[in-house]
Ligand binder design. Structure first.
Ligand code: TYD
Length: 652
């Protein structure tokens, strides 16, 4: 159900409804945060008691995330997600309403903790519903969600400020009015979510039908998945790093402007504004700037750059430069955030998505608050003093440490997530700056490639996989190289005719020409429609046959194919590995020009494929083609099905 006049993911009605709910409850969350901390300090007297009460509210906001991190997502994966959201909103309505009515510190802290538990339940349920509601517009959906979540913070601050001024005139405490408004936003959000009808009631299992495991087993499975998946580990490391760096700035921002920059409220407001504008721009424009590069690969460098900004701020205390660095810091953090969420949403299977988001969300909160606390403690411990000729300021030292930490985290997550190890990072960066190769749009479909030597049985496996996917109601396009297009058919004749004599470079260029036509007229259009494209051979055949086999420099062959395909890389490559002696013996009919090559040539080709697979284990599945065809098929299906668009998306 989509409408043209709404941009991006908002074209989906269900997502629009969810976004409104999110805007309302996020606004409520922020307003509640401001009101509860302010109320905590109003309800008691004396500096120590005040800081104790405020600390209590903060600690009890943190505690549920620590204790419940692995548990909360289970609810989203096992219980009706709409129900989880509605119930949690209604309960928060009641709790926020009760705080000003009861009006004691004890209940304030207890209610805050309960509300936090409910937010922890609400968020993964929402995150795992988003891919169903937004369909192929996942990235746009994440951008909108982030705007709703963080864009409402300054609005809430403004509203709270206005309530403060009004309360002086009317005599009603601003905190109470804020909490009533807060309660109302949750009630509205509950109604709003209740009206959304296209959230599937349970996680959609993408493989075989699953037996419901016990809760404990479910938690274990979630943790095991997070540990075993490079993607989740890499994203977790990155997001915790981004939150840690942000936390250091948030915790020290006020002191930094006062003691290091010698600025007042104005300077603080300037930095606060710069961070928000930076985050907004990073979220909105960053993904577009990155089109054509690998999302996995850009996450680490984004965090690294954010760390660089922090280090810069700590050593160059000049307000104008610090403001620019703060804006850039926000931009990189925003980019990292939206990229990480999109990676998880698009690559994690629906059955564990709730748990994954639950874990990520809780750990992010923990690292944010831990960084705020640790940052303040370090700054306090170091204090301000002179060492020789240098003034040492604890706040600068903390920013420096936070920055260095982010640099390390950036490198770590880059190492874990790098999906193009053969391509040096500076090449990607240079291509980004020059905007070449011309970036193709991100696509909603799935690109699956079978590779392997002669007689590996690819065509049988291609057909069987296609049958399984079609049965699930997904559009499948089966294709091959060389020769899937009218022009390709003629190129194929040239290439395989034993009577043709071709130089290795001419051969490489003909395969590339066939590929360029294939990608432009068959593969990209199908991926753009959301189809699963299964291709019998692709770029890696050129790397193995022309690179390893004909001994052309493999980086040059790769470059030729990158240019021909405008950088289109398969989502998954299935390598059917076979001893050439056995494979060639399986071949029937008269051997073509390539099959006629020596056994040494075919051994080099096999090794070429295996090296490519070893360099990129995330993208490859290597299956021994000497296994029975059923066993090969099973392995292939297990690898591909979790990535396939779920049928609910296709029919949406
Ligand atoms: P084909 O009859 O399609 O072989 P197969 O059934 O083994 O896939 O012929 C394609 C031949 O072209 C095959 O021997 C591999 C070779 N080839 C290359 O050398 N470079 C390439 O880039 C591609 C796509 C194929």
């Amino acid at each position: 159900m989509t409408e043209r006049r709404w941009p991006g993911a908002l074209a989906h009605r269900g997502f629009r409804q969810l976004s409104l709910a999110l805007v309302l409850s996020s606004f409520g969350d922020w307003l509640g945060f401001l009101a509860t901390t302010a109320l905590a300090s109003q309800l008691v007297d004396g500096f120590d008691a005040k800081s104790f009460a405020i600390g209590g509210v903060l600690v009890f906001r943190l505690l549920p995330a620590v204790v419940l991190a692995p548990l909360v997502g289970v609810v989203a994966d096992r219980v009706d997600r709409r129900l989880v959201m509605v119930v949690s909103d209604v309960l928060r309505f009641g709790l926020f309403l009760s705080i000003p009515l009861v009006d004691t510190v004890g209940w304030l802290i207890a209610a805050t903790a309960l509300c936090e538990v409910l937010s922890l339940l609400w968020i993964p349920a929402k995150e795992s519903a988003v891919p169903h509601l937004a369909g192929e517009q996942l990235q746009s959906a994440n951008q909108i969600s982030l705007f709703a979540t963080y864009g409402t913070a300054p609005v809430a601050a403004l509203v709270f400020g206005v309530l403060g001024t009004l309360s002086v005139r009317t005599g009603h405490p601003a905190t109470h009015i804020a909490l009533y408004i807060d309660a109302a936003t949750f009630l509205f959000a509950a109604v709003q979510v209740f009206r959304i009808h296209d959230i599937p009631s349970r996680a959609v299992a993408s493989g075989h039908l699953e037996q419901s495991p016990s809760v404990v087993e479910s938690v274990r499975e979630g943790l095991r998945f997070a540990r075993s998946s490079d993607l989740v580990r890499g994203v977790l490391v990155a997001m915790m790093g981004a939150m840690g760096a942000t936390g250091v700035v948030v915790g020290n921002g006020k002191l930094f402007t006062e003691t290091v920059l010698d600025g007042g409220e104005g300077a603080f407001a300037l930095l606060f504004g710069a961070v928000f504008v930076g985050i907004a721009l990073g979220v909105a424009l960053g993904p577009r700037a990155l089109v054509g590069t690998s999302r996995r690969r850009s996450l680490g460098p984004a965090i690294f750059a954010a760390g660089g900004c922090l280090v810069f701020m700590s050593v160059v205390p000049v307000l104008a430069l610090v403001t620019i660095a703060t804006g850039l810091l926000g931009g990189f953090a925003g980019l990292a955030y939206v990229t990480g969420l999109t990676l998880l949403g698009s690559e994690v299977d629906d059955t564990v998505r709730g748990r994954t988001f639950g874990l990520v969300n809780s750990l992010m909160r923990i690292s944010l608050l831990a960084a705020v606390a640790a940052g303040a403690a370090v700054a306090h411990a170091v204090g301000i003093h002179r060492m020789g000729r240098v003034d040492v300021n604890g706040v600068s030292v903390t920013l420096l440490l936070g920055g260095l930490l982010a640099l390390v985290v950036g490198v770590l997550s880059y190492r874990i997530l790098n999906d193009r190890p053969g391509v040096p990072l500076h090449r990607d960066l240079a291509a980004l700056v020059r905007r070449v190769p011309a970036p193709g749009p991100a696509y909603p479909g799935l690109f699956v490639v079978f590779e392997g030597g002669e007689g590996a049985g690819k065509s049988t496996q291609v057909k069987r996989l296609a049958a399984v996917l079609s049965e699930r109601g997904v559009e499948v396009v089966v294709t091959r190289e060389p020769g899937a297009t009218p022009v390709g058919v003629r190129i194929r004749q040239l290439l395989l005719d034993p009577a043709t004599s071709l130089s290795p470079r001419a051969e490489a260029m003909l395969y590339a020409a066939d590929r360029a036509q294939h990608v432009a007229t068959v593969v990209r259009p199908a991926l753009g429609r959301g189809a699963v494209v299964i291709s019998d051979r692709y770029v890696d055949s050129s790397l193995a046959y022309q690179g390893a086999g004909r001994a052309l420099p493999s980086e040059e062959v790769a470059q030729l194919s990158r240019w021909a395909t405008e950088g289109l890389v398969p989502d998954v490559t299935l390598l059917l590995d076979i001893d050439p002696a056995i494979g060639l013996a399986r071949a029937t009919g008269s051997p073509d020009r390539i099959e006629q090559e020596s056994l040494t040539f075919h051994h080099a080709v096999r090794q070429g494929f295996l090296d490519l697979a070893a360099a990129d284990p995330d993208r490859y599945l290597v299956v021994s083609a000497s296994l029975p065809p059923d066993a090969v098929h099973e392995a292939v299906v297990a690898r591909v099905l979790p990535l396939a668009p779920s049928p609910s998306l296709v029919s949406a």
